[in-house]
Design a protein. Structure first.
Length: 292
């Protein structure tokens, strides 16, 4: 079987929209890449049954539409090229090398055998759901989670918008007694179930397809994690306050570096005070504390 590889230049503003669009077009995998000497781009893989000309044209039209709406778009054109099966597998796998995050975590895909002595291994299958540890937002949340659970791991953790389940799995590995993980995307919930099983965490993670507004009659959580978008954090401020225990921690990701002040401004009236700010690859992650 042969494949197409399509390469799309991106900015921080267009990355999410273009990633979702590529999945909607039937991508088998989408990888975001950025190097010291190379601009940010998406690489997406499609079966050769996908019409290459129409596919490239559709992506160009979508990118043009984002530009017309005022989103910053980098120079460069959409490029498409054929790949044999071996080249596709190699390109896909090379995009997810194992990596050490924080003081204790080691995140790797299931095909990697490498281990890191003294670190806690988290095995995550890259796919349609967000969160492999290779994005600055997820990495920042993992780093802050590692720090927050260093001294006295909370017995209960809430993970809002769990994606692949990477943060829920990490919380269990770091010592949480029980994690409730919710997401409104059925693909994400399915992926999180697979990853929870792969990491031996099924009995300590409750997964459900829901948003935080559906969590009623639950005791507040000592630690709440939400790796979402900046505007969503503002909209969920009241739910965060209801679900976070007094004096508890709130870890937020998915925030562009210049948006963190807006997120803090939206959460301070709800009783949260900023404690730690971490920026990785232009993405800010925050740890806040709920009022006692």
């Amino acid at each position: 079987m042969a494949f197409w590889q399509i390469t799309v230049p991106i900015s921080s503003e267009t990355s999410e929209g273009l990633t979702n669009f590529l999945w909607e077009q039937g991508a088998l995998g989408v990888v975001e890449e950025e190097g010291p000497a190379s601009p940010a781009r998406l690489r997406a893989f499609f079966p050769d049954s996908a019409p290459s000309t129409e596919l490239a044209a559709a992506v160009r039209r979508y990118a043009d539409a984002l530009r017309a709406l005022g989103f910053a778009a980098p120079p460069g054109d959409v490029e498409i090229a054929p790949l044999c099966e071996e080249a596709w597998a190699s390109a896909w796998q090379q995009s997810f090398p194992p990596r050490a995050i924080g003081r204790r975590l080691w995140v790797k895909p299931p095909w990697e055998e490498a281990e890191a002595p003294g670190r806690l291994t988290i095995v995550i299958e890259p796919g349609r759901a967000f969160g492999t540890g290779h994005h600055g937002s997820t990495e920042g949340c993992l780093y802050l989670l590692d720090e927050a659970m260093a001294d006295a791991p909370p017995d209960r953790v809430l993970d809002i918008g769990t994606g692949t389940g990477i943060l829920a799995v990490a919380a269990v590995k770091l010592g949480a007694g029980h994690v409730v993980a919710v997401d409104v995307d059925p693909d994400a919930v399915a992926a999180a179930r697979v990853n929870a099983a792969r990491n031996g965490c099924v009995d300590r993670i409750d997964l459900c397809m829901a948003g935080p507004e559906s969590l009623r009659d639950v005791n507040p959580f000592p630690l709440v994690i939400a790796n979402l978008l900046a505007h969503t954090h503002g909209a969920l401020a009241a739910h965060y306050r209801r679900l976070a225990a007094p004096g508890g921690a709130l870890i937020l990701g998915g925030i562009l570096e210049h948006e963190d002040k807006d997120v803090i401004a939206a959460l301070e009236p709800a009783g949260f005070s900023p404690q730690v700010r971490l920026v990785i690859e232009g993405w800010a992650s925050l740890r806040l504390q709920a009022a006692a």
